[in-house]
Design a protein around this ligand. Sequence first.
Ligand code: DSN
Length: 409
Amino acid sequence: MNDKELFTLIEAEASRQLQHLELIASENYVSKDVLKAQGSILTNKYAEGYPGKRYYGGCEFIDQIESLAIDRATKLFGCAFANVQPHSGTEANLAAYNAVLKPGDKILAMSLSSGGHLSHGTNLSLSGKIYQTYFYDVNPQTEILDYDALEKMALEIVPQLLIVGASAYSRLIDYQRCKEIAVKCGAVLLVDMAHVAGLIAAKVIPSCFPYADIVTSTTHKTLRGPRGGLILTNDPLLNAKINKSVFPGIQGGPLMHVIAAKAVCFKEAMSEGFINYQKQVIKNARVLSEKFQELGYRIISGKTENHLFMIDVFAKFNMTGKRAEELLESVGITVNKNSIPHDLNKPNLTSGIRIGTPYLTTLGFKEETMEEIALLIDEVLKGNDASFKAPLLISRVQEIIRNNVLKSE
Ligand code: DSN
C-alpha cells in the first residue's frame, strides 16, 4: 500500500467499528463478499445505459452482473421490475419523483418530526423546491400514524404522489390502507422501505407489495448490503419511466462495483441465516426497548415493532438528544440524536435519541446483552454530572464488546 496516510485512517475506522457499541439504526456490518465485490475492478468500467442497451463497448460481463442483480432483487421482494442503479436512497427517491411528477405537482409525505425523511419533500431538499409538498404527522397522543386523519388530508390536498415510509418510526405501516387512500385521491403510492427492507425481504414484517405502485430503498441498512439505492415496481409502464428517469434523467454511469455488491447482498438475503438474523434484530430491539421502559424511560409510541425505537431523554433528564449522543459517544456507544413527534427542541438539539439493533445483531449480540446495554446507557445518561465515571464506563463497554463480538467471529 503506497498511500499510508489514507490506509492508516481506514484501519483506524475499522477498529472503531469493532470497538464501539454501534446502535445507529441505519447502519450495518457487511459480509466479506459484499466488501470484495464493492472493492473490485468493476469500478474501472463505464456502462451508461442498461443491460443490452449500453452507450459503451465491452459490457458483456457488466450486462450479466447487472441482470443478475435485477433478477435477484425481483425474486427477493416478489415483484416484476427492479432498477439497481440509484447511487443512494435519496437519488432513488428523486428519480422516482421525476418519473411520475411534473414540477409544481403535489407530494404528501410524513413530516420529519414524525419520522419522515429529508428527501420526502422537505424544503432543504431539491424535492421541496421542485414540488409543492405537504406533510402528515403521527397522532399527538398515540404517536402512531392516524390513517383516518391521513385520508382526510389526502382528500383535501389531492396530491399526485403519496409517500409512505420513514427513518424514525417504530411501528408497522398499514400499506393496504395507504393504497386505499392513494386510490381515493388519485395519487401514485410510493413506499420508501429503506429502513425496513431487510425485515421485508426476510418476511418478518408485512411487505409493501402488492400495495405500493413504486418502492424505493437503500441497500445498506437492515438489508446489509453496500451503500446504495434501489427502485422496484410491478407496473411495466412505471418501470419504463423509472428507467428513463434514473438514466439519463438524474444519473450518469452506474457504479458497477456497487451493483455487483448489491447482487451479493440480495443473494445473502435469501438465505435461512438472514431470516434468523432479522428475527433476532426485532427480538433485540423489543428487549432493549422494554428494558428502557422498565428503567422509567418513555419510548416514542410506547413500543417497537421493527428494528428501532426512540427514547425521550428530555422527559427523563431534561437533557437534549444532542447531549445524550455526546455523553454516550464519550464512552464508546454510538447513537444519533433524533427529533420526536411535536418536539419542543430544535432539530439540531432534539429531545430524543434513536436506537437500532441491526449492526450489533450482525455481530452476534443476543437479548441478554441488550438488557446489559440498556443498564449501561442508563448509567451513562444518569451520570451527566461531576460523578461521571468515564474510564469505568468505557471499560464496561469494552467488556461487553469482548464478550460478544469476539465470540461471533
Ligand atoms: N435515512 C437516514 C437514517 O435513517 O439515518 C439517513 O438518510
